[in-house]
Write a protein that binds this ligand. Structure first.
Ligand code: RB5
Length: 145
């Protein structure tokens, strides 16, 4: 599975650690930056990751900003994107099981790197349950038309 990564200046350390970790786990990683500690606008990075998923170049994404919230608000404006800002394990798992989320948003100023790696691992290894949840996700897609 190909995973798109991106962050702003609030999430560089977390994004880099997640990238290394996912590669060690055998995932292919496409890193949309940032690559050094410079101040950027998180919607610009969210755009790159979302467009990569929309084009089918990558299957899922992980975005890190200071809170995870700005990235999730920006990402959820893109058709077909279901982005979830999570700071604990239950949500990171269930947003895959029930929402079929394709982007996980994390807060570099909210959680430590260790927790970020655990949430990333849950997110990429948990599959959508489908069933009764499919029609709910379909209703979200309907609103995009
Ligand atoms: C940047 O300072 C900060 O606002 C951003 O990383 C994020 O937390 C926005 O939601």
């Amino acid at each position: 599975m190909k995973i798109a990564l991106g962050c702003d200046h609030g999430g560089l350390e977390h994004k880099n650690a997640i990238g290394e970790f996912l590669k060690e786990q055998g995932f292919e990683v496409v890193d949309f930056g940032i690559y050094e500690q410079v101040s950027v606008d998180y919607p610009d990075i969210a755009k790159k990751v979302c467009e990569s998923i929309q084009k089918g170049e990558t299957e899922r994404g992980i975005l890190v900003c200071g809170t995870g919230i700005g990235m999730s608000i920006a990402a959820n404006k893109y058709k077909g994107i279901r982005a979830a800002a999570c700071s604990e394990h239950f949500s990171a798992k269930f947003t895959r099981l029930h929402n079929n989320s394709n982007i996980l948003c994390l807060g570099g100023r909210v959680i430590g790197v260790g927790t970020a790696l655990e949430l990333a691992e849950l997110f990429v290894n948990t599959e959508f349950e489908g069933g009764r949840h499919q029609k709910r996700v379909d209703k979200i897609s309907e609103t995009e038309k």
